[in-house]
Design a protein around this ligand. Structure first.
Ligand code: NDP
Length: 339
């Protein structure tokens, strides 16, 4: 008799043959994405030149003999990969190459995320949840969602959980406490160097974080350390931070599906619909995908409203939101944003 009691959930992973895919897929198969009682059907998407790598990973997944893994399909067809999908992890993206302008990068990624949005619109399950990891993640999520008119915008999210986890860990290291003692960090804005890791409302063992660290350390060390941690890892490790990115993707989806309880975390969410008013309260215009403090309630991300930010935080948030607006306008100017 099968060890599980539920119907398999279909999980699609794009860029499955890459580094993040390699770190992510085994954890999905072992039940860490959706929980130990949920069987998983994997649908892996790659571009033709990445197919062999994804097929190799699929062979290793078979060799894991994961009790929860019911099937694996590898394809270069977006319509096949997103057919019936419940959870879509959009990891594959076009990296920035030497001499590439930002508009070129946005255009190259729109050519990937526009068609994927349409394929999700056509074929995904009605409860589909999408997490974009591939950069520029916020604007890629916006592009995909703009091409999926029948899917509620709040189902398209961008990953800032790695930045959030990095901020929690850096604060814990500084104060020499376990990470479990740290609550209430917020990542605001774009998943880029303009993001703002904010400890204004954080607590450490129940005490206000701002009573425990000074402004000089926050502005001079903490904020740049979190924002540039990816570059530091490339420098030290000689390769990008694939495993911690995969770990953050697991955290994001797990919390989305299972809820966050009383606290909050950070995620790039749409500032439309149910979240428009709370986002506007922080100066985020309607229709962006922006990192905000969020709670997952009944399977939906809800922006936590009403945090009072000081002038330094507000200036950082405005700068990052302005960058998101610029990215949206650049994509719109290229004619790549319907509606
Ligand atoms: P990775 O698996 O390391 O990274 C994939 C994407 O995740 C990149 O856009 C990368 O951004 C982003 N990313 C976000 N957070 C992080 C982080 N903390 N650390 C590292 N990356 C992060 O890239 P690979 O080159 O190993 O693999 C990409 C795969 O995607 C390839 O196999 C390629 O063939 C495939 N691909 C698939 C597509 C599709 O399915 N349609 C389209 C394009 C590519 P950044 O570039 O900023 O590092």
């Amino acid at each position: 008799m099968a060890a599980w009691t539920r119907e398999p959930v279909t999980v699609t992973v794009t860029g499955a043959g890459g580094q993040i895919g390699y770190a992510l897929l085994f954890r999905i198969a072992s039940g860490q994405l959706l929980g130990p009682d949920t069987p998983v059907r994997l649908q892996l998407l790659e571009i033709p030149q990445g197919l062999r790598s994804a097929e190799g990973t699929a062979l290793e997944l078979i060799d894991g003999a994961f009790p929860l893994l019911t099937s694996i399909d590898v394809t270069d067809s977006a319509s096949d990969a997103f057919d019936g999908t419940n959870v879509a992890l959009l990891v594959g993206a076009r990296p920035r190459t030497a001499g590439m302008e930002r508009a070129d990068l946005l255009e190259a990624n729109a050519a990937i995320f526009g068609p994927q949005g349409r394929a999700i619109n056509e074929g995904a399950a009605s409860d589909v949840r999408v997490l974009v990891v591939g950069n520029p993640a916020n604007t890629n999520a916006l592009i995909a969602s703009s091409h999926a008119a029948d899917v509620p915008r709040e189902r398209f999210t961008a990953m800032t959980r790695l930045d959030h986890n990095r901020a929690v860990a850096q604060l814990a290291l500084k104060l020499e406490v376990p990470v479990a003692a740290v609550h209430g960090v917020i990542i605001w804005g774009n998943h880029s160097a303009t993001q703002y890791p904010d400890v204004t409302h954080a607590t450490v063992d129940g005490r206000s974080a701002t009573d425990l660290v000074d402004e000089e350390w926050l502005e001079g060390v903490f904020v740049p350390k979190v924002a540039r941690r990816g570059a530091e890892i490339i420098e030290v490790r000689g390769a990008s931070s694939a495993a911690s990115a995969a770990n953050a993707a697991i955290d994001h989806v797990y919390d989305w599906v299972n809820g966050t309880g009383d606290g909050w975390t950070s995620a790039g969410v749409s500032s439309s619909g149910e979240n428009a008013e709370a986002a506007a309260g922080y100066g985020v215009p309607e229709g962006l995908v922006c990192s905000l403090p969020v709670r997952s309630v009944d399977g939906e991300w809800r922006v936590v409203p009403g945090f009072d930010e000081g002038p330094i935080a507000q200036a950082h948030i405005e700068a990052s939101v302005a960058e998101l607006v610029e990215e949206r306008e650049a994509v719109r100017a290229l004619g790549l944003l319907p509606g």
